[in-house]
Design a protein around this ligand. Structure first.
Ligand code: ADP
Ligand code: 5GP
Length: 207
């Protein structure tokens, strides 16, 4: 008997550069039951980013139009640019029974938690091992100019100050160890959401 679980939503936040995109990609690449939510943003595309895969890169006019048409689950201004999670993506994933992973900031996390049943969302905050290491990662990523790196470092403390709003806080020191912790969190949530009716049918067989 295959016992299924009710899918849920997974929010991952961190200061920029702590490693959440890397970790989210590792999760979806190794787990066919998870899908990454592709946000829309007005920020410029980075050299290695793919439109429609990393983000949907749209202009401000289009973003405002989508807000007016209530096409976002949540949206926020981060580092002076608009970011939003399209509703359609979440609805489609839920119809297919997959878990949706959101790489969003604390403002978006709050909105998602308000909109969905508390039991159907888990939130994970990723901390860098130190501010020095965070800066090293932002520079090593070599995708943003120095002024953007400086702006992101300046906002790191603000983002980190929201860590206590999350269900789990994980320090991303060793990448593979952090990935394993995130996998364990997801697996344990799945176990807690196993279909109660299927379990009681199975238990009846033993009576
Ligand atoms: P974010 O999505 O949080 O902005 P990224 O996933 O883009 O961060 O990671 C920023 C940089 O840090 C990338 O170059 C990535 O390869 C690197 N990185 C991520 N996790 C680790 C880690 N545990 N140790 C060393 N480098 C890491
Ligand atoms: P980046 O520009 O480095 O890709 O992302 C900057 C910040 O915006 C990160 O904290 C990221 O989690 C956040 N972000 C990305 N997409 C969304 C979104 O759809 N909504 C919200 N609220 N934040 C987002």
């Amino acid at each position: 008997m295959f016992i299924s679980h009710k899918p849920f939503l997974i929010i991952i936040s961190s200061p920029s550069g702590a490693g959440k995109s890397t970790l989210c990609k590792m999760v979806v690449q190794n787990d066919p039951l998870t899908k990454l939510s592709v946000s829309a943003t007005t920020r410029s595309q980075r050299p290695q980013e793919v439109d429609g895969q990393d983000y949907s890169f749209i202009n401000e006019e289009k973003f405002v139009e989508m807000v007016d048409k209530s096409e976002f689950v949540e949206h926020a201004v981060v580092f002076g640019n608009h970011y939003g999670t399209p509703k359609k993506m979440v609805e489609d994933a839920q119809k297919n029974g997959t878990e949706v992973l959101f790489d969003i900031d604390w403002q978006g996390a709050r909105q998602v938690k308000e909109k969905f049943d508390q039991d159907s969302v888990i939130s994970i905050f990723i901390l860098p091992p130190s501010l020095k290491e965070l800066e090293r990662r932002l520079k090593n990523r070599a995708q943003d100019p120095q002024d953007v790196v400086d702006q992101r470092m300046a906002k790191a403390k603000d983002e980190i100050s929201h860590y206590h709003e999350y269900d789990y806080v994980v320090v991303n020191d060793d990448l593979n160890a952090t990935y394993s912790k995130i996998r364990s969190i997801i697996e344990s949530k799945r176990v807690s959401r196993l279909s109660k009716s299927q379990i009681s049918d199975l238990v009846k067989e033993f009576n």
